[in-house]
Design a protein around this ligand. Structure first.
Ligand SMILES: [Cu+2]
Length: 110
């Protein structure tokens, strides 16, 4: 009986050593205030969510340079959430304030 328990424990130990640790999805916040995204650069893992929140009085949006995503215009207090399912570097900007340098980047890793 003891032997079976030890063998079971060893099996569990070896299996957990073989299977890579699963990433628990997290949510990261990017604030829109003034004419900038804060932070303007973030790193996430596949499956994570990014939420942009407009904390300024003006309206802003979130538009990917390559057209992958585009939010509506967000008023103060409104947010835009996106789950990143694919690895890559996603550059984005705010349409009305692009000329003022309101831009950011989300780097999605494995
Ligand atoms: Cu803006």
């Amino acid at each position: 009986m003891t032997r079976i328990i030890i063998l079971s424990l060893l099996t569990v130990f070896f299996i957990s050593a073989i299977i890579p640790e699963q990433h628990k999805p997290v949510t990261k916040i990017v604030k829109m205030r003034g004419m900038r995204f804060d932070p303007s650069s973030i790193q996430v893992s596949i499956g994570d969510t990014v939420i942009w929140i407009n904390e300024s009085n003006g309206e802003h949006n979130v538009v990917a340079n390559d057209g992958t995503f585009k939010s509506t215009m967000l008023e103060n207090g409104q947010l835009y959430a996106l789950v990143f399912e694919k690895k890559g570097v996603y550059k984005y900007y705010c349409q009305p304030h692009r000329i003022m340098g309101m831009k950011g980047v989300v780097e999605v890793k494995d």
